[in-house]
Design a protein around this ligand. Structure first.
Ligand code: SF4
Length: 285
């Protein structure tokens, strides 16, 4: 089966290895059982196991209303994808099966999982054949693949707004050297054709989609509508989720009220970040 590269969290949170032997360390959740809850979107609160793919074709750096910068919350899968796990589809499926118990949801996230579309399609199809899990794919919406889409139940697409562009002043402030995706982020972050393909793929029986926008400024209301939604067909207002910008409670306090008002005014959904309430900025939870 295909090789794939996962970020250092791999399959998480888990308590057993792929053969069913107990692991010595407790999961980062601090719970003695495998699994966590989905913290965002339509399925927030649902029990799930996560699989985190390594690498991303974007490099998000947002600016908060107070001017502070907020970098991608999984830099180990994008900016600094250094401690990767080289593995293969068979081992990942076995690890999931050993830790699934009564959990019915698997979330494939990143980074950007669709960069590895061949092993991703094989992983999703094998999980579907060998278990009865519901699969959510979390993606930035810039890449689409028909074969992958066949095996996904919920497309959780998070298109990136202009505030995510890693402009030079942001890179300088964070001491990052511009190279590769840092430069190309602005060109790649909007792919209307790919977004339309996700919506079309979701408009089939037993499939669903959410378009999840991270919002930090009032003027982004117009950017979301004119820059994205007006150019797309087949979405419903309840598929549009607005998530407040912020990687911790203090940062969220700056954006929550404005984002709630935007969601109510437009008839879209406000999407809380439950994980930050429960675990703060901790990884592997
Ligand atoms: S698209 Fe997601 S994973 Fe990639 S840099 Fe942006 S926030 Fe990070």
């Amino acid at each position: 089966m295909s090789q794939l590269v996962l970020a250092n969290e791999g399959v998480f949170p888990i308590t057993k290895d792929k053969s069913g032997n107990p692991l010595t360390n407790l999961p980062a959740t601090g719970l003695s059982i495998p699994g966590t809850i989905q913290g965002e979107g339509k399925l927030a609160g649902t029990s799930a196991l996560f699989i985190r793919f390594s690498s991303c074709n974007l490099r998000c750096i947002w600016q908060l209303p107070n001017g502070k910068l907020s970098r991608c919350d999984t830099p180990y899968a994008s900016f600094n994808a250094l401690e990767n796990i080289q593995t293969n589809v068979r081992d990942v499926v076995d690890l999931v099966k050993q830790n699934l118990g009564d959990i019915k949801h698997v979330v494939i996230t990143g980074g950007e999982p669709l960069i590895q579309k061949v092993p991703l399609a094989q992983l999703a199809s094998t999980l579907k054949k060998e278990t009865d899990v519901h699969i959510t794919l979390e993606t930035n919406g810039t890449l689409f693949d028909e074969e992958v889409a066949k095996h996904i139940d919920l497309f959780s697409v998070s298109p990136k707004l202009a505030n995510s562009n890693p402009h030079f002043h942001k890179l300088e402030a964070l001491g990052l050297n511009p190279s590769g995706p840092l430069i190309f982020h602005g060109e790649k972050r909007v792919n209307i054709k790919a977004l339309q393909s996700f919506i079309d793929a979701a408009n089939k029986p037993c499939k669903d989609i959410q378009l999840k926008f991270v919002v930090g400024r009032p003027e982004e209301d117009s950017e979301i509508y004119h820059g994205f939604l007006k150019q797309l067909k087949g979405w419903k207002p309840t598929d549009i989720l607005l998530m407040p910008l912020g990687a911790n409670k203090d940062e969220l306090a700056q954006t929550i009220k404005m984002v709630m008002e935007m969601a109510i005014r437009r008839g879209w959904r406000y999407a809380p970040r439950v994980h930050i309430e429960l675990f703060g900025a901790k990884a592997g939870v």
